[in-house]
Design a protein around this ligand. Structure first.
Ligand code: PLP
Length: 453
């Protein structure tokens, strides 16, 4: 008798408690009703063309002005409904729902919940379902990439001074383990004066013969600067023109704050790996993320965490044969999850699909421009983030003369405005208007800053 994946995940086996026929009937019924009820969920009868309707989808406490939505998501109504439906299924029959929903039976299919998430994500980011791994966060995605790429002593990871702690730590771990070195460069000196040409030029000048990875961040949460990712990818492509294939520089992007607030499809940016959060601008459930790479790059990664999302690695464990080149699904970390959250990612991509990627980006840019212009008119307030929408995306860093960022944030809290301070060595106060806000709220936040300034 050979083990199948069901035996692997269930241990004692469903067979011990049910006859084969009954087991199949129960599992099929649970799976059918789970998938059918998700599919039968009320679709786009809601008029998302109206921004007030989009805003109404969130159950945010109306006593506060929520201008830090980029930090951690509030679930919109369709995502909440999907989570509740899935939670009910899981509570009613966790075994059958997980076994069938994950395709742990003998014939894992394309109708599993993870497959549906991958399809919805691929539609949104412009790639293919088999180019997507499901993660818990941007942090996890970055760790899987840096830990999974093979680096040798003498190789260099080039990154910038503007990246998040989790990116620099993932690089440090990989460098220490492999003997590779790492180096950070500044892409700009003053964020407000950042320019796309200068960022590309500084990167071009910094790449050395032994540079193997360039780690960048789409939107800097330390400054609000948006990096011209396509132009940076072109610089790297140029550096690769005269290199052997195995010496190619790979571009790794932290997409936490561009994914969900930019008009471009992430898969078209020219990156080699993009780690993204579900639980920020995408409005997917908390504790979700994605890792995307073009099909040609997955074989470069060695999985870090055993997967539950593809049968081959488990089958190889049975047979003792190595599973061959890595596929995206093998990189999706296994271990049982809060599946009602992971599987409800589909509804978040559908929600964005109804709104439209470009429309959402234009709305966020308009609210941010309104906010930046309002702040810039207040005496004693300096806006650090560039004014141009081409160089910024959803996050506004500012300073109030004579106040620390923490003082600004706590004084704004007294005015019922939820701002944040950036968790970096040089910290600024931040406001981040998004689809949960409207023009009136942005005006009210600017008025509050005027009062505390
Ligand atoms: C630039 C950047 N990268 C990564 C993260 C971490 O995101 P996640 O919670 O998805 O790991 C953050 C947190 O806000 C961030 O600002």
């Amino acid at each position: 008798m050979t083990l199948n994946r069901r035996d692997f995940v269930s241990g004692v086996g469903w067979a011990a408690v049910a006859t084969a026929g009954a087991r199949t009937a129960i599992a099929q019924q649970a799976a059918h009703s789970a998938v059918a009820s998700a599919a039968a969920a009320p679709a786009a009868v809601v008029n998302y063309a109206d921004w007030a309707v989009v805003k109404e989808q969130f159950r945010l406490d109306p006593r506060w002005l929520h201008l830090s939505q980029f930090f951690m998501v509030s679930h919109p109504r369709p995502v909440r409904a999907a989570i509740e439906r899935l939670r009910d299924k899981l509570d009613a029959n966790p075994f059958a729902t997980v076994e069938q929903g994950m395709g742990f039976g003998d014939q894992p299919g394309t109708e599993t919940y993870p497959a549906k998430v991958e399809q919805a994500a691929a539609r949104y980011l412009g790639g293919q379902p088999d180019e997507v791994a499901l993660t818990d966060s941007t942090t996890q995605g970055l760790a899987l990439v840096y830990n999974g790429l093979s680096l040798r002593p003498g190789d260099e990871i080039l990154t910038t001074t503007h990246d998040h702690y989790v990116h620099h730590e993932a690089i440090r771990f990989a460098a220490e383990r492999s003997g590779a070195s790492s180096r950070r460069i500044a892409l700009y000196d003053a964020p407000a004066a950042a320019s796309a040409d200068e960022m590309a030029e500084r990167l071009r000048a910094a790449i050395r013969p032994h540079t193997r990875i360039v780690g960048l961040t789409w939107v800097h949460s330390c400054s609000g600067v948006k990096v011209p990712v396509r132009a940076m990818a072109d610089v790297i492509a140029q550096a690769n023109r005269n290199r052997d294939e195995h010496d190619h520089v790979l571009m790794v992007l932290d997409g936490a704050h561009g994914f969900g607030n930019q008009p471009e499809a992430a898969a078209g940016l020219g990156c080699d790996f993009i780690a993204m959060s579900g639980h920020k601008w995408i409005f997917a459930p908390r504790g979700t993320g994605l890792l995307w790479a073009p099909a040609r790059n997955w074989p470069l990664l060695r999985p870090t965490i055993p997967t539950f999302y593809a049968p081959e690695p488990f089958q190889a464990w049975e047979d003792g044969t190595p599973p061959g080149p890595t596929r995206a699904a093998w990189v999706s970390p296994g271990g049982f999850k809060a599946y009602e959250h992971q599987w409800a990612m589909t509804e978040a991509f559908e929600f964005h699909g109804h709104i439209g990627r470009e429309r959402a980006a234009a709305r966020i840019a308009a609210l941010n421009t309104q906010c930046k212009e309002g702040l810039a008119r207040i005496p004693g307030v300096s806006v650090l983030t560039p004014m141009a929408a081409s160089l910024s995306a959803g996050i506004i860093c500012f300073e109030v003369r004579g106040q620390t960022p923490q003082q600004t944030v706590s004084r704004l809290l007294q005015h019922k405005v939820i701002a944040s301070s950036s968790p970096y060595k040089v910290s600024y106060a931040r406001l981040a208007p998004s689809l949960v806000n409207d023009e009136r709220e942005v005006d009210a936040a600017v008025r509050a800053v005027r009062e505390i300034a």
